[in-house]
Ligand binder design. Structure first.
Ligand code: WQD
Length: 334
């Protein structure tokens, strides 16, 4: 299939493009490089020894997208493009509503115009808000996420559901990610956010390399086994495989899947595992809770296992080892 991947030079997007190419799909990437680098395209070609077309541009720009669809018969779209910093979304909600929902509306208009009605959407476990019980299942009630970033994900899910209700030809898959970490095995691709990382793993890695002094652990008074926040960390390679499985299965309708491991690890679990597998020290100190954080969150992914024949295979040690490998391999170039 010929697949348009929006945000395909980003962390999850680039890993998914590698998996698509390795499964003999043809890929076109559109990315505005706001949170990624153009050298990722060459790295993808090097890892797969396959060609990939790259177009630098905005998914929100009608002419750019229309040109891609008029020049290529696109079979499906995997839509990653968007802003994803939770804290920034609280400070600049309009930027997020325009940057995530606005661009998606443009994408859907152009897809409809060119009769391409097959989309896999990068959603997030944030749409569940604070879960009443665990593990989280896809049919749990959705509640207003605690930040505009999460609200944009939920609103786009609603938009896609309404599009399907109006036109039953659409094939729509909503993939709700838990906490993606790790990197592919060569260490060429990885998570490298610009500035001070918001997320836990990129912060741990930079403390381990000495770039940052000490990890702030946001609270140790949660009702969890060691008081620190528990999350379902999933290796980005498993996540990428989940997208290819969803693409190859996509049938008309709206299909929702949790992509997680079903296991919850605390902040200190991750710190200690990281230290052990990489034989490094990660200094940390306990500080106040971060606003908007929930205590515990992990997935029931049995629906994806049953319907997509997909199950996360890599463990927390792999995630810690591969995250560190990426930074060590690239520390001089980042
Ligand atoms: C994980 C745990 C923190 C940083 C967010 C988004 C979600 C997705 C993944 C995009 C929590 C603790 C963190 C630090 C810490 N993003 N922590 N010190 O908040 O679960 O999910 O990122 O798709 O949509 O909501 O991930 O990595 O920020 O936090 O103690 O410096 O680590 O309190 O318990 P989160 P995270």
């Amino acid at each position: 299939m010929k697949i348009l991947v929006t945000g395909g030079t980003g962390y999850i997007g680039s890993h998914t493009v590698v998996e698509l190419l390795n499964n003999n799909h043809e890929v076109i990437i559109i990315d505005n490089l706001i949170n990624s680098k153009i050298d990722v395209v060459d790295k993808i070609k090097k890892i797969t020894n396959k060609d990939v077309k790259f177009i630098q541009g905005d998914v929100g720009d009608y002419n750019t997208l229309s040109k891609i669809f008029s020049e290529n018969k696109i079979d499906a779209v995997i839509h990653f493009a968007g802003l994803k910093a939770v804290g920034e979304s609280v400070k600049e909600p309009l930027k997020y509503y325009e940057g995530n929902i606005g661009i998606t509306l443009n994408l859907l208009h152009v897809m409809q115009e060119y009769n391409c009605k097959n989309i896999i959407f990068s959603s997030s476990a944030t749409v569940y808000g604070v879960p009443d019980k665990l593990p989280i299942k896809e049919d749990f009630p959705l509640s207003r996420p605690s930040n505009p970033y999460g609200t944009t994900k939920l609103m786009i899910e609603y938009i896609l559901e309404d599009i399907y209700k109006a036109d039953k030809d659409w094939k729509i898959t909503l993939l709700r990610y838990f906490n993606p970490i790790g990197s592919e095995k060569t260490g060429l691709l990885g998570e490298n956010p610009k500035g001070i990382p918001n997320n836990l793993m990129p912060y741990i890695v930079r403390v381990a390399t000495g770039e940052l002094k000490c990890l702030n652990v946001f609270g140790n008074d949660y009702p969890t086994h060691d008081g620190t926040g528990v999350r379902d960390y999933i290796h980005v390679l498993d996540l990428a495989k989940g997208h290819v499985k969803a693409l190859e299965k996509n049938i008309s309708g709206v299909h929702v899947y949790n992509l997680g491991t079903g296991k919850g690890y605390s902040v200190l679990d991750l710190v200690h595992t990281f230290e052990k597998v990489n034989n490094v020290k990660v200094s940390y100190k306990i500080v106040a809770r971060r606003a908007g954080d929930i205590a515990e969150c992990y997935a029931d992914s049995s629906k994806a296992e049953k319907e997509l024949n997909w199950k996360a295979e890599l463990n927390i040690e792999d995630m810690c080892r591969d995250s560190y490998n990426f930074i060590i391999k690239n520390s001089t170039k980042l």
